[in-house]
Design a binder for this molecule. Structure first.
Ligand SMILES: [Zn+2]
Ligand SMILES: [Zn+2]
Length: 337
């Protein structure tokens, strides 16, 4: 006999909407609500659809949001694989871009909705996120996940897209030489693999490389410290801490490129003189395109399975979030069954 799990559905007081589980940031406190209203069926004319979260990832941005970065209040979470509930992808497994552009400005019209000045961002800026049973997203942001890519892999599409963004930002003729990635936390190992898959000779430096020996199979060398004579064409700073920046500047060769991936709450002091003296090109880097990221994941050239530290059910997300905040812990996934 198949066993069915049934949840008693309740209406949210004062509305005709069902209650759902949602992990909500209010000020600097994030907590699980069991009475958050499910999104109402969206008006198709506005282009939004509902998606049921299947699996979600907790990333550093979520941790920083709780520390006050961006001043966000609402449902957290932006890394997801889900099932579309409306529109032309209804019933399909999907991932989706997290920036919701206005659709009519210069940025949006040139395919750069990620930089729309009036955008909202899923679970980060003015739009409820995916750490809930359901959420809303523009249908045009969605991409169908191939059947042979598991949820636990597809849920990495957003951070892998953020890693791929570096390649979009470098000049096309940038030499595919030695590259240094600083930080072996949640994002660094993805960036290192994406660069290695694109013919860079990559060294990944971090404090927890003892659990990363598998990454050599992706063509990435690892070390606990930056070599004394380090001078790299390309340095990517992904330590998640402001201190990483000084080391990153020092390791970039004259006329090299330094890519900044760390977003931290608050302001920090840094000596900019070496950037001028060595004519270093500094590139701020955030979100990227989803299609190349999903292709890389489907190809198996970026391995994400060993990066999963634990998987929690949405019911137990408060424990999962505390786990994700522990130093050295990589990806914590949240499952909505
Ligand atoms: Zn993220
Ligand atoms: Zn726009």
């Amino acid at each position: 006999m198949p066993r069915f799990r049934t949840r008693r559905r309740q209406l949210v007081v004062g509305t005709d909407l069902q209650a759902m589980l949602a992990f909500i940031l209010d000020g600097k406190t994030a907590a699980l609500s069991r009475e958050h209203p499910e999104p109402a069926q969206p008006d198709p004319a506005r282009g939004f659809v509902r998606v049921r979260t299947r699996s979600a990832g907790i990333c550093n941005t979520d941790l920083e949001l709780v520390r006050g970065y961006m001043g966000f209040n609402g449902v957290l979470g932006h890394e997801f694989v889900g099932e579309a509930l409306d529109g032309r992808f209804s019933g399909k497994r999907v991932v989706g871009g997290i920036n919701f552009g206005c659709g009519s400005c210069v940025s949006c019209n040139s395919g750069m909705a990620r930089h729309c000045p009036t955008r909202t961002v899923l679970g980060i800026l003015g739009a409820d996120g995916v750490l809930a049973e359901q959420f809303l997203i523009p249908e045009r942001n969605l991409l169908v996940v191939p059947d042979d890519v598991s949820d636990a892999t597809a849920v990495f599409t957003e951070p892998v897209a953020a890693a791929c963004e570096i390649l979009d930002q470098l000049p096309v003729d940038f030499p595919r030489g030695p590259a240094l990635v600083l930080g072996d936390g949640k994002l660094g190992p993805l960036i290192a693999q994406v660069l290695a898959a694109n013919d860079f000779s990559v060294l990944l430096v971090g404090r927890h490389t003892d659990t990363l020996s598998w990454i050599r199979d992706s063509g990435v060398a690892i070390a606990d410290t930056i070599p004394a004579t380090a001078s790299y064409d390309l340095v990517v700073e992904a330590t998640g801490s402001p201190e990483g920046l000084t080391a990153a500047i020092a390791a970039t060769r004259p006329r090299g490129a330094l890519v900044l991936k760390t977003t931290v709450a608050g302001a920090h002091e840094v000596d900019l003189a070496p950037i001028v003296i060595n004519e270093i090109t500094v590139i701020g880097s955030r979100c990227g395109r989803f299609a190349p990221a999903l292709d890389l994941l489907a190809s198996g050239r970026v391995n994400v399975t060993p990066l999963v530290a634990a998987e929690y059910s949405l019911d137990a997300i408060e424990d999962g979030f505390a786990h994700a905040m522990t130093r050295g812990v990589r990806k914590v996934l949240v499952r909505n069954d």
